[in-house]
Design a protein around this ligand. Sequence first.
Ligand code: HEC
Ligand code: HEC
Length: 377
Amino acid sequence: MPDLETKHDYVAYLAARPQYYTRVSAPFGNVDRQDNTPSDNKVTNAGANLGRILFYDVRLSANNSLACASCHGQQHGFTDPNTFSDGFDGGKTGRHSMSLTNATYYENGRFFWDERARTLEEQVLMPIQDQVEMGMNLFDLEVKLAQTSFYGPLFTEVFGDEAITSDRISRALAQFIRTMVSYESKFDQAFVAGEWDEPNFSAVFTEQEMLGLQLFTGFPGRESQSLGCIACHQTTAFSMDQAHVNGLDGTNAEDQGSGNGFFKSPSLRNIEVGAPYMHDGRLATLMDVVEFYNSGIQRHRILSPDLTRDGRVGGAPVRMNLSQQEKEALVAFLETLTDEKFLVNPIFSDPFAQGTTLSEPPSSSEPPASAGTVSSE
Ligand code: HEC
Ligand code: HEC
């Protein structure tokens, strides 16, 4: 049984998003224009509370072995430290799991590294049915959840009656994921120290972090020093508008993402705890990522103009020639996006953590579960 007593106030958490997230004239651009929440599935407290239980419930997998959270762990910004994740039946996923931090901010609203899901509502049903990931079919899942006593009342609370349909499962899961917004990192402290439209970075950042900020964004007033990272990783959510070609591989590499080398990147919020990096997890550390952009960008027929020497699509890859000091500064800046509060916030935590995850009694050899030390992973 999950903890059914605690009801979290997700609507209040989202309403508390700072003004530089929500105001049109925010200094790094308005985050709300990136928001992919559809008008017919807005976040409600009942919906997100149900979504949280579904997200952590191993019943969503064919053999009750894996939950969504098994590959999307809160302490990792909702990604997986394994390069490829273990599926329900011992298989491995074909790509690295993606951080779900700020998933609501992705302008064209498509999901997966290759954008193959058109919406989040469509995406959340795909891992359930994936033959490697959870191996379940939706009809069996509807029956299984209908036979689980606590779900009926929860669905009634959200949808008005206790019918359990895959459409409703998808809506609740999507609502919960859209509450995973991060706005309490060191980076955010600069806005607290200044004004929402005039952040005071020097009040909270070290000199090294200041240099990293300038290299990443050109802010404040240092456009000429900018490496242009912010052109693709946009706004204070550091999320994208659409997929881009960043030259991780050449034109002939096997995995070309959504076609022609286009890949999505998740928000860079909480990137420090989301290693390894890129769609196949090939880069182990943030320094490896910085070294890739510094010296390793591959020629690609349609490499983004933001990463070519002459600013033309498919031109020769830029070589940044960064000093060791500049590379370390970029890493230090990326680490200011770590949101310690988000990573332990109870509103995102495992509701099954205090007990057993299924109705069977725990085996007697198991040590007693104490709150906070047990996780579903
Ligand atoms: C076995 C591991 C595994 C499980 C279980 C799993 N995922 Fe994932 N998830 C992944 C991997 C790997 C990717 C990237 C796959 C790709 O892009 O091809 C991913 C991608 C995603 C994305 C895309 C994020 C983005 O920004 O585009 C979302 C959303 C997501 N998963 C949600 C879920 C939900 C909800 C569940 C449970 C119903 C779930 N996942 C279960 C491994 C897993
Ligand atoms: C042309 C657009 C573009 C620019 C400019 C760009 N990136 Fe990226 N970035 C991407 C794409 C696309 C991915 C995902 C690529 C993949 O996995 O195949 C990515 C991935 C990343 C990741 C890993 C994300 C993850 O979850 O694994 C980091 C970190 C990152 N970029 C940092 C930077 C930094 C630092 C700069 C500036 C030096 C930069 N990016 C410039 C497009 C860009």
